[in-house]
Design a protein around this ligand. Sequence first.
Ligand SMILES: *[C@@H]1O[C@H](CO)[C@@H](O)[C@H](O)[C@H]1NC(C)=O
Ligand SMILES: *[C@@H]1O[C@H](CO)[C@@H](O)[C@H](O)[C@H]1NC(C)=O
Ligand SMILES: *[C@@H]1O[C@H](CO)[C@@H](O)[C@H](O)[C@H]1NC(C)=O
Ligand SMILES: *[C@@H]1O[C@H](CO)[C@@H](O)[C@H](O)[C@H]1NC(C)=O
Ligand SMILES: *[C@@H]1O[C@H](CO)[C@@H](O)[C@H](O)[C@H]1NC(C)=O
Ligand SMILES: *[C@@H]1O[C@H](CO)[C@@H](O)[C@H](O)[C@H]1NC(C)=O
Length: 527
Amino acid sequence: MQYTLGVENPAPRPRNVLLIMVDDLRPALAPYGDRVAITPNVQRLANTSVLFSRAYAQQALCAPSRNSMLTSRIPDTVRLYDFYSYWRNSSGNFTTLPQYYKDHGYTTVSVGKVFHPGKSSNGNDDEPYSWSKEPYHPSTEKYKESPVCLDRDGSLHKNLVCPVDIKEMPEGTLPDVQSTEFAVKMLNDFARNDSRSPFFLAVGYHKPHVPLKYPKEFLDLYPLEKMPLPDYRRKPPKMPLVAWNPWTDLREREDVRALNLTFPFQLIPDDFSRRIRQSYYAATSYMDSLVGQLLGNLTDLGLRNNTIVVLLGDHGWSLGEHGEWSKYSDFEVATRVPLLFSVPDLVRKGPRIVKDPVELTDLFPTLVDLSGLPKLQKCPKNDLSRSVPLCTEGVNLSPLIRNPSSTNHRPRSNDIEDGSPRMTTAAFSQYPRPGIQPARDSDKPRLKHIRIMGYSIRTERYRYTEWVAFSPKNFTAHWDERFAVELYDHRSDPDENFNVAESKKHSRLLKKLSAALRNRDRVPTRL
Ligand SMILES: *[C@@H]1O[C@H](CO)[C@@H](O)[C@H](O)[C@H]1NC(C)=O
Ligand SMILES: *[C@@H]1O[C@H](CO)[C@@H](O)[C@H](O)[C@H]1NC(C)=O
Ligand SMILES: *[C@@H]1O[C@H](CO)[C@@H](O)[C@H](O)[C@H]1NC(C)=O
Ligand SMILES: *[C@@H]1O[C@H](CO)[C@@H](O)[C@H](O)[C@H]1NC(C)=O
Ligand SMILES: *[C@@H]1O[C@H](CO)[C@@H](O)[C@H](O)[C@H]1NC(C)=O
Ligand SMILES: *[C@@H]1O[C@H](CO)[C@@H](O)[C@H](O)[C@H]1NC(C)=O
């Protein structure tokens, strides 16, 4: 049946969505101004994108961040801070981003790590709610912890630093290569299918998550002697103890264990720090090459100009800044993520940079609006019943993406510009701790062991964090029982080494930031 017969301008085909989620990727990417990173494919994507230069994850841990992002609710609403509960059973029956597309006639497909696998997505990546078919996981993912990393003495280990010869790997391949091949196969199917059902394809890359395992040729891109280290590489005297994450996931690897570091503060020596950084960048370039294959196929199949492409990281990763590694904190390096939207016809010569502080909770309302689907309602404030299945705790950023005049070189006035209120001037993150002293479970406390929550607000200029008492039984923060406060001025201290919360001259500023933090006010007076 040909429905468009006799119609001069048939309704445009709804646009597809390709959502590329990268595990543990901080903006170590050329279009973010990283001078070390060699990422030509992400650069090419960025050249047709709106790039959010201040985008933040709501908790720097995979499962809470992804569940928050994909339901557009903050961790305190999803009530997941570890890996061990499924929101539909433990919090509310929230509709997810892919589910919304599925409910609107899209074919939704999950490839690789999109939801964090396991209990937090019900052991089935929230299928069938979120996905039209069974989510794909690469068969070689099961060798994640196999000793395949060649040490200098020629033996094989479970190392952190792990360049490999792909031909020597079990099954002769790697998980992200398999995911790319499967995603490309799906794109071919979509291109052939003339049922005219649009697709929502989510591709979740595992690298640069630890272990830093990647084809060894990517190491050649980064000569070790040219690998820079952060200027400030120890625990700053005014960093509160509770803020320190002891990067236990690194200590478990055999090459790190061999350094005999004392827990929790002994620093990784510079020469090994350089090797970790080198491999993080190499793993990122490996991911970049696979993104290139994905987008190359999208173009060759004629789908590129009818597909919205989004690329993001689930949270950041410390690379030795103030002596810290990995995620597990509220610091800028752990919470800041890349976030790019490439919308056909919108950006011809880019990237176009938006500096407003935004959140990953903003993805859901933004993407559905860009797709022309019905807009999401804001969730009711302080809705303790969490009974509204479909709403957002984020902000619809699509006006910032559509309207070039609302981006870049924004006037420095308060709140108002071209007559409209600002959409967002702040972004929030949080991180739980079992206690003040860094302990073996400080990085990943189980819900029942959480005693302290670190709430953090990022404005254009500042990061402000309060560590307060928290009851895991009723998920309540006790703001009056405060353990530590941090204030970092990004104008003079982008690496967050100098906590100036004690400085008397900041007392008025601290009051304002504290009020915005408690109210989770996304549009506080510009600070
Ligand atoms: C991206 O755009 C910049 C600036 O226009 C240009 O110099 C660069 O070659 C482009 N990169 C790619 C990979 O297209
Ligand atoms: C949760 O919502 C879905 C629709 O999104 C519905 O099919 C399901 O029955 C609901 N489950 C419960 C327990 O209410
Ligand atoms: C959620 O509840 C359903 C229905 O009771 C149950 O089958 C499922 O195992 C539960 N999932 C988790 C992760 O607890
Ligand atoms: C670590 O300890 C082991 C066993 O005591 C020793 O053989 C090794 O040389 C030490 N390594 C370093 C880097 O100190
Ligand atoms: C398409 O994807 C395959 C991997 O499945 C890759 O080998 C090929 O180079 C890609 N094509 C383009 C044009 O990037
Ligand atoms: C989209 O791209 C295909 C091939 O790449 C081309 O034939 C088609 O005209 C393009 N459509 C639009 C709207 O630009």
